[in-house]
Design a protein around this ligand. Structure first.
Ligand code: CA
Length: 228
């Protein structure tokens, strides 16, 4: 069955182009042209991924992202014409999985959609469980538990935690982590990892400011604690 993609964009021309390319790539496309409609369509259609423009009438993209994250871990790709780093980071802090800056090529959009969906579905189940302290990550079930509580992670957060937990004690640079979780890494985007790490810490650490699991390696990047 064709995967359903929700395209949220107020520029009609752009919607038509994106819809055309995504449908050609085998996706089923539903659309919304403002933030409020986006939430309504999302609840009704339950898409597999949301392509979300930042600059929208009524609720803007960041508000929509925030609202979606309250009720769902659906993969979200933000689309933005504002190139400031701050905006990109805010999108990721709110739990978006990736972002694309305008102007983009529709081919690039299709490639990113495929990549994010692939990550969200996870690789074929491997029977592997990683345990550290009160934290358990189960690759096959694609689940993370803290003590007995299930922790909801976005696809990017899950991948990031997996890479780190699989290699306790190993320090990764931001660029290496970006490459591991996105399958590609562009210089200048490394700081986006900080936003994901911050979110992860808020979800898994008792005291995110004084982390026990994900440690900062000054001058390098991050590592998972060896002895927890
Ligand atoms: Ca727009």
């Amino acid at each position: 069955m064709a995967k359903k993609i929700l395209v949220v964009e107020d520029e009609k021309k752009l919607v038509a182009i994106l819809k055309g390319y995504l449908e050609q790539a085998g996706f089923h496309v539903v659309t919304a042209s403002d933030g409020e409609q986006a939430l309504a369509v999302f609840r009704h259609e339950k898409p597999a991924l949301v392509l979300l423009d930042l600059n929208l009438p009524k609720l803007d993209g960041l508000d929509v992202c925030r609202a979606l994250r309250k009720e769902s871990n659906v993969p979200i790709i933000m689309v933005t014409a504002r190139v400031e780093e701050a905006d990109r980071l805010i999108g990721l802090e709110l739990g978006a999985d990736d972002y694309i800056t305008k102007p983009f090529s529709p081919r690039e959009v299709v490639a990113r959609v495929r990549a994010v969906l692939r990550r969200a579905e996870g690789e074929p189940a491997r029977a592997e469980t990683f345990v550290a302290g009160e934290l358990t990550l189960d690759l096959a079930k694609h689940s993370v538990r803290l003590k007995d509580r299930e922790i909801e992670l976005t696809p990017t957060e899950f991948d990031l935690l997996t890479v780190l937990m699989q290699n306790p004690g190993r320090a990764f640079t931001r660029l290496q982590l970006l490459d591991r979780v996105q399958g590609e890494a562009f210089e200048g985007y490394e700081r986006t990892i900080d936003a994901h790490i911050k979110n992860l810490r808020q979800k898994i650490e008792r005291d995110p400011k004084n982390p026990r699991y994900i440690l900062t390696v000054f001058g390098v990047g991050y590592k998972f604690a060896e002895d927890v």
